[in-house]
Write a protein that binds this ligand. Structure first.
Ligand code: ADP
Ligand code: MG
Length: 251
């Protein structure tokens, strides 16, 4: 579903992704862990086409992301191609990023109406469906500022789902929350992860949660995957010294 081949990303002189090879299979739930600055968010932002790449090739759902194929040649992707590719993915950010001047309902229906061309009725129906999934059916007419952080993040998840993406990307979805609100957001993500069709890529520091929901854990350091494997193996008996050092900080 996602394939990075020798992807290089630089910001100025700084190499942030260092010839990264990385794959996620269809339906797989993969967690990325690693120190601050190791390139975790950059991976997700590149997938969402919020950042470009310097070298390498990425495929999403079997199609090149930052390129398109014309006459057997890979050429830089057109804006139209990028728009199509973005529909494969939904992303949830650390800072919920809801539209502050729109109700919860409008936050969720905006993209389905304007990007997918759904009728208002259809989009409202969809909003109700996903608000129910995240347990917020009764909050549709509120504004984001009237909700707790945990509720706002659940709206952000419903908003991403309303585009019916095949892939969900989560970038530290609970890092900005007060501790007592973390559980309600993790519960929603857990429920989603049990819906087998979604492919999930999650960046988190919630190690216990990562252990519960991941098929595979990847430890990133300095723009590379240092170690990856089933969560039991990576968390209980990490092979690499850098992984061991990093995980010590979470016990
Ligand atoms: P992580 O999510 O693992 O903490 P990031 O992917 O956000 O790491 O960042 C990786 C590195 O890239 C960091 O050194 C960060 O400072 C740098 N970086 C990220 N975004 C930018 C940007 N827009 N301009 C310059 N440097 C950036
Ligand atoms: Mg980050």
């Amino acid at each position: 579903m996602i394939q990075f081949d020798k992807v290089v990303k630089r910001f100025g002189d700084v190499t942030v992704l260092d010839s990264l090879d990385f794959n996620v299979q269809k339906g797989e739930k993969v967690t990325i862990i690693g120190p601050s600055g190791s390139g975790k968010s950059t991976v997700l932002r590149i997938l969402m086409t919020l950042e470009t790449i310097n070298e390498g090739v990425i495929h999403v759902a079997g199609r090149p992301l930052w390129h398109e194929l014309r006459n057997d040649q890979l050429i830089p992707a057109s804006e139209d191609h990028l728009r199509q590719m973005r529909k494969e993915m939904g992303m949830v950010f650390q800072q919920f990023n809801l539209f502050p001047h729109m109700t919860v309902r409008r936050n969720i229906t905006e993209a389905p109406v304007h990007v997918l061309g759904l009728s208002k009725d259809k989009a409202n129906q969809r909003a109700e469906e996903y608000l129910e999934l995240v347990g917020l059916s009764d909050q549709a007419d509120k504004f984001p500022s009237q909700l707790s952080g945990g509720q706002q993040q659940r709206v952000a998840i419903a908003r991403a789902l309303a585009m019916k993406p095949n892939i969900m990307l989560f970038d530290e979805p609970t890092s900005a929350l007060d501790p007592e609100l973390v559980g309600e957001v993790l519960n929603v993500i857990q429920r989603l992860s049990e819906e087998q069709d979604l492919t999930m890529l999650l960046v988190t520091h919630e190690m216990q949660f990562a252990k519960q929901i991941s098929d595979r854990v990847c430890f990133f350091d300095k723009g590379r995957i240092v170690e990856e494997g089933p969560p039991e193996q990576v968390f209980s008996s990490p092979r690499e010294e850098r992984t061991q050092e990093f995980l010590k900080g979470f016990i």
